[in-house]
Each structure stands twice: as C-alpha cells, then as structure tokens.
Design a protein around this ligand. Structure first.
Ligand SMILES: Nc1ncnc2c1ncn2[C@@H]1O[C@H](COP(=O)(O)OP(=O)(O)O)[C@@H](O)[C@H]1O
Ligand SMILES: [Mg+2]
Length: 265
C-alpha cells in the first residue's frame, strides 16, 4: 500500500467512525458454563434510535451492562465514538457521554424532584469534587433543572418529594436525569416496565419528544412502545442476534414473529 492509499484509507475510516456512535464486535459473555451472549455485533450510527427486543433471559440487560462497562465481556470489543472502550471503566464511559437508566428506580426518595435533578447536574459538572458550590452556581443549576422539568410538563412537581410521585412520573424524572447529562448515547432498559398503560404512554411521549438528534438504544418488551419510538430493531434470542434492520422489516420477518412475537404482530 502506498502512503497515499494509507492516508485515504485512514481518512475513510475516520469518516466512518464519525458517523458511528457505538460498535460492538463479536461480543460474547459467559457466566461460568452459561453462555449469555454469543458473538453479538451491532453498529449504532450517531442520531439513530435503536430498539433491542427478545424474550426474557435473552441477554438484553447483560448487553447493556457490557456496553456501559459494568460487566467485563468474555470476548469481543466495544467501540464508543471512535475509541476502543473495551477495557475502559464504567465511570469513564459515563464521562465520555454514555448515560443509562435501569429497570429499577435510582432516585433519592427523600429528596425533592428538583434536588435530585440539581444533584445529577452537579455530578456531571467540572467541579463535582468541590464540596462548596457557590450559591450563584447552585441557582443556575436550579434554574436549569426547573427548565428541564417544564419542558416535560413536570414543572408543578418540582418541589414534591420523589417518594410522593407516581410510577410514571418517577420514570420520567429518571429519563430526565439521564438527559440532563446531555448524553452522546442514551441506554434505556425497559423504561415502561411495571407501568400502567397511561403512565407508559407518558414515558413514550416523552421519549418521542426528546429524540431530536439523540442516539438512543431502547430495551423494551412492549411492542407498541418499540414501534412508536425506534426506527431500527435488533432481535436477541438466546444471546444471539437473530434479526437486525428497519422496524418495518423486522415486524414483517416471519422468523421473528415465530420466535418472539408468537405470530401476533
Ligand atoms: N450476574 C449473573 N450471573 C449469572 N447469570 C446471570 C447474571 N446476570 C444475568 N444472568 C443470566 O443471563 C441470562 C440473561 O439475563 P439478562 O441479560 O438479564 O436477560 P434479559 O434482560 O434479556 O431478560 C439469564 O439467564 C440470567 O439468568
Ligand atoms: Mg432485562
């Protein structure tokens, strides 16, 4: 290869990297003798909204734990924003722009909504290690947090204790906390799990409203939510990718209907 060809090759790879937010390559995970993920390769482009579906135990949450760096993988690699992060800590990945929500709540129940949000904003600011934050800075964050709440129609709940919120409101606040970090990649693990249908639609509407430019991976078992929010779907089955493509194509895929949707979609 000539120098010129090598330069062209590097430029091409750089251009491709710029459009790729997350690239999983041959990711496998074993827990002892149990193989939970087997050779999973997924590429998520910047700005893409991608869903991951699959039966219980398919390995979806494990995959998120590996993407976020909370679990080491057995084989394969994870690239985030053009860098190999396979051995990079969860903390560093978060600092580089990965945010996630969990299947269970992670809010401080005895603090108010606004206090939870201000803490989250502070945790992701440059001066997070200083104990004393100037009052003006606190006021600026309080202002920012209230603006975020207003945006999703939760302004009136700002000074309520988290404990007093409904499930749907809590879930919305959790997503808001993740959005407050201005993530480059947002990972949502079953954001409507355990919610009544009316609460689930609050969350769905919020995700739809917030998606402009956001790169999002959504694990979801509710097909209504999936088809509503994402544009692309990856189907996991026993830890393997069995289908990956535009939502409409997956919906029409007979194999997917057979193994996952029970022929109902
Ligand atoms: N820490 C762990 N140790 C052993 N087995 C685990 C662990 N975490 C998950 N598993 C197993 O891995 C499989 C996939 O789990 P999970 O990723 O939670 O699936 P999903 O989110 O798709 O329902 C399940 O069989 C589960 O029991
Ligand atoms: Mg799960």
């Amino acid at each position: 290869m000539t120098l010129r060809q090598a330069q062209d090759d590097m430029a091409l790879r750089q251009a491709q990297d710029d459009k790729v937010c997350l690239r999983l390559d041959g990711v496998s995970k074993r827990f002892g003798s149990l193989s939970v993920l087997d050779d999973v390769s997924i590429t998520i482009r910047t700005g893409e909204r991608c869903g991951i579906i699959g039966p219980n135990g398919a390995g979806k949450s494990t995959l998120f734990n590996i993407i976020a760096g909370e679990l080491p993988l057995s084989r394969g690699s994870v690239r985030f924003l053009g860098n190999d992060v396979t051995r990079v800590s969860a903390h560093t990945r978060a600092r580089r722009g990965m945010a996630r929500t969990f299947q269970t709540t992670t809010l401080f129940p005895r603090l108010t909504v606004i206090e939870n949000l201000v803490l989250a904003l502070q945790a992701h600011s440059a001066e997070r290690f200083t104990m004393l934050v100037p009052r003006s800075r606190y006021r600026a964050r309080d202002h920012e947090a209230r603006a975020l709440l207003e945006r999703v129609g939760l302004g009136p709940r700002a000074d309520a204790l988290v404990d007093a919120l409904g499930y749907g409101e809590k879930r919305q606040i959790e997503i808001l906390l993740a959005l407050a970090q201005r993530p480059k990649l947002l990972l949502l693990d079953e954001p409507t799990a355990g919610l009544a249908p009316s609460d689930a639609s609050l969350v769905t509407e919020m995700l739809k409203r917030e998606h402009a430019g956001l790169t999002m991976v959504l694990i979801e078992h509710d097909m209504g939510v999936v088809f509503d929010v994402v544009e692309r779907l990856t189907v996991l089955h026993y830890g393997r990718v069995v289908a990956d493509g535009p939502v409409e194509a997956i919906r029409a895929d007979a194999n997917v209907q057979e193994i996952y949707l029970g022929g109902k979609v």
